[in-house]
Design a protein. Structure first.
Lengths: 132, 242
């Protein structure tokens, strides 16, 4: 079961509220799809500068695996406060710990409402439907 | 039977080629579009994340551009370039990225077999075309790459964006000095031109996927968007973004 302390987007990002900060990451399913199970297959990522204001659904970064470049989408809107510089040179962190050390950016959310996103059970069902 | 679009553009300028591919990627709801094309001049394209300084061959290329797909640099000469754009939920691309590569490469292998070439996925074998520190796509391989004669012969990359996927690839018909000793069709079809390989690829795609390819041109919206995007791909700013 995936963590219940956050919400999930159909594009496989997660968002977790921590006080006045929202933390974005991508799910284990997204990592598996991108890397085909090989952590060394994730090769580059491009992350936004602090201060950039994101709308919900907007592309906030790009990630390259050996075989594809994919966009990263903001699950909610807000202003970028911090990026996880550690992952830029060590993308394998996303494979090892997508829920914790593999967080991608922290934002100041424009709202703490996480409407329209899935909880863990809904996301489990959504991912299961993708496998058929 | 499903109908896919077939767009051919031979000897087109580098920035136009990239602009049209990205316009087809953005074309939400469009039918699956197979594009077959070649380049004039034969440009070297850097992968989206590459630094020009990490590709020594870029200094010797007549033209250099940056792709929006990842991977290594490709010298687009003596090759048929193709792209296949479709919705991410289309059966062609649905599911793991690796499986979509297997599907596309199976169709390419069928076309290559028409020329007597047995192309296979690399798997875990070592290749004679591997080179360190060139930054070139054909000198680095992954298990999903198509190989023959113990060398890499097809370079492939995908871009996935906003519910769409574009798979982009280069099939080497002959060698160029910037790429050297890689797998090509030179030994079975000397001097083969891109448009000479196109019919085999078209038939292989139709047979493998059970579809009908209908020759078409991009619609007005796609053409307009391609023109806009070509400006970016032709700009120094985009080329030097790394």
């Amino acid at each position: 079961m995936r963590p219940n302390d956050r919400k999930y987007a159909q594009s496989h990002e997660w968002v977790k509220l921590d006080g006045d900060v929202a933390i974005f990451g991508i799910t284990d399913f997204a990592v598996q799809e991108l890397s085909n199970g090989n952590e060394s297959d994730l090769v580059y990522c491009d992350l936004p500068d602090a201060g950039r204001v994101l709308c919900a659904g907007e592309t906030f970064g790009e990630i390259e695996s050996v075989k594809a470049v994919s966009d990263l989408y903001a699950p909610i809107g807000g202003e970028v406060l911090e990026i996880n510089a550690a992952i830029e040179d060590h993308l394998e962190i996303l494979s090892k710990d997508p829920w914790g050390a593999g967080w991608i950016i922290k934002v100041k959310p424009e709202s703490k409402k996480l409407d329209g996103l899935m909880d863990a059970a809904e996301y489990e069902a959504f991912v299961a439907s993708k496998k058929h | 039977m499903e109908t896919w679009r077939l767009v051919t553009t031979w000897n087109a300028p580098p920035a136009f080629n990239l602009g049209l591919d990205e316009a087809l990627l953005e074309s939400l709801g469009a039918p699956v579009t197979v594009r077959l094309y070649s380049w004039k001049p034969g440009a070297l394209s850097l992968g989206y994340f590459q630094r020009r300084a990490d590709v020594p061959a870029a200094a010797d290329a007549r033209a250099v551009v940056r792709r929006f797909t990842g991977g290594g640099a490709i010298h687009h000469q003596r090759e048929l370039t193709f792209s296949i754009a479709a919705d991410a939920e289309h059966p062609l691309y649905r599911g793991p990225i690796a499986e979509s590569y297997v599907r596309v490469h199976a169709a390419l292998a069928r076309a290559l077999a028409d020329f007597g070439v047995t192309a296979e996925l690399r798997g875990e074998r070592a290749l004679a075309s591997e080179r360190a520190d060139t930054g070139m796509c054909f000198h680095k391989s992954s298990p999903l790459d198509l190989v023959w004669n113990e060398r890499k012969g097809v370079g492939s990359a995908q871009r996935r964006s906003k519910g769409r996927v574009l798979h982009h690839g280069s099939i080497k018909l002959g060698t160029t000095p910037l790429e050297g000793d890689i797998a090509t069709l030179e030994h079975v079809a000397p001097g083969l031109e891109p448009h000479g390989f196109a019919p085999a690829l078209r038939e292989a795609i139709e047979a493998h996927f059970g579809v009908r390819l209908v020759a078409d041109v991009p619609d007005a919206l796609e053409r307009g968007r391609a023109k806009e995007l070509a400006v970016r791909f032709g700009s120094r700013e985009f080329l030097e973004r790394r």
